[in-house]
Design a protein around this ligand. Structure first.
Ligand SMILES: [Zn+2]
Length: 327
């Protein structure tokens, strides 16, 4: 327990909460991936000593005590891939790392199966391997997939269609959380985190729409981390380009039509942007995301502070995630 205290909820007091964005890490994978991570400047910055934070993400007992203090009933656990990315690795290494992370995830779920929901990190370097791993870990009890924005290409590229086909067939929702931009400019002023993640989210959403991937896999469910970044807030400029044949090579509808094909976590840190997101895509498309232990401790507090109808609160707090996960 790391002495977390949060103010009481008011409008959503006693309401069930499901947090889709609770990170864990694994010490062994961190050592193997640190020099490839955006967090380390791709090897320029040594790993800092953060014992309290490490305990929160590496010890299920500490994580669960904090989860209870944060009044989160059910946490969807996802590996922190900005600290332990795998997209850089050749197939054999990637499979070794992702398998380690998925096995670690199974251990966490076994620790508190009524409190933790586990996600699968896919091996996207090879589609046959990715599909086999999805099948293996879905059968073992992991309930969704955590995917990066890109592995070489962004995930809408036809190279990844076998992965999307498998996610659709296995009814595994996919939470897209970027590993971080490789553009060195974003290393200035920690912009990889403040701006870069939102660019990566916008690029992968554009890729999924414009490549025709969402049309090809109509039943696949995608949840975007960090509210989908900039993408949902710039539809005027995007839709204006439907007049250009190049923009519409693979799709027939305006890109804004696809906004409701995604779900979005609430991790935006900006009440104006969050309210705008909810009004644009609908409260039935927004889910609670804290980015624990880096973000808001009780993300429901910023939801209930918004000027939105009471009827929106249970959708965001738990009902949308229950629908996505079939709970
Ligand atoms: Zn995160």
């Amino acid at each position: 327990m790391s002495n977390i205290t949060v103010p009481p909820r008011t409008r959503s007091a006693g309401m069930r909460t499901i947090d889709i964005h609770a990170h864990i890490t694994d010490p062994e994978v961190l050592v193997a991936t640190h020099n490839h991570s955006v967090f380390s400047g791709f090897g320029a910055i040594p790993r800092p000593s953060r014992p309290t934070l490490d305990a929160q993400v590496q010890d299920p007992k500490v994580h669960l005590a904090d989860q209870i203090a944060r009044r989160v009933d059910l946490a969807v656990l996802v590996h922190s891939t900005v600290h332990q990315p795998t997209g850089w690795a050749e197939l054999e290494t990637q499979l070794r790392l992702t398998r380690r992370m998925n096995d670690v995830m199974l251990g966490w779920v076994a620790h508190a199966p009524d409190r933790f929901i586990g996600s699968i990190i896919p091996t996207l370097a090879d589609m046959a391997t990715a599909i086999a791993e999805l099948e293996r870990y879905a059968a073992a009890g992991l309930r969704l997939v955590e995917a990066p924005a890109r592995v070489g290409e962004y995930l809408g590229h036809p190279n990844f269609w076998p992965f999307w086909d498998a996610a659709q067939r296995l009814k595994l929702p996919v939470f897209i959380h970027p590993e971080g931009t490789s553009d060195p400019w974003f290393q200035n002023y920690s912009l990889w985190n403040s701006l870069g993640q939102s660019f990566e989210e916008s690029k992968v959403m554009a890729s999924l729409i414009y490549e025709g991937t969402l049309d090809k896999f109509p039943d696949v469910q995608i949840v975007m981390a960090h509210g989908g970044g900039y993408f949902p807030h710039n539809m005027g400029r995007v839709d204006r380009n439907v007049a250009k044949p190049a923009a519409m090579k693979n799709i027939t509808l305006a890109p804004s039509t696809y906004l409701r094909r995604f779900h979005y976590d609430s991790c935006l840190y900006d009440p104006i942007a969050l309210k705008n997101l909810i009004e644009r895509v609908g409260a039935d498309r927004v889910v609670l995301g804290s980015d624990f232990p880096f973000g808001e401790m009780d993300p429901m507090l910023s939801i209930e502070a918004l000027d939105i109808p009471d009827s929106a609160l249970p959708l965001i707090a738990h009902k949308n995630m229950e629908r996505l996960l079939g709970l």
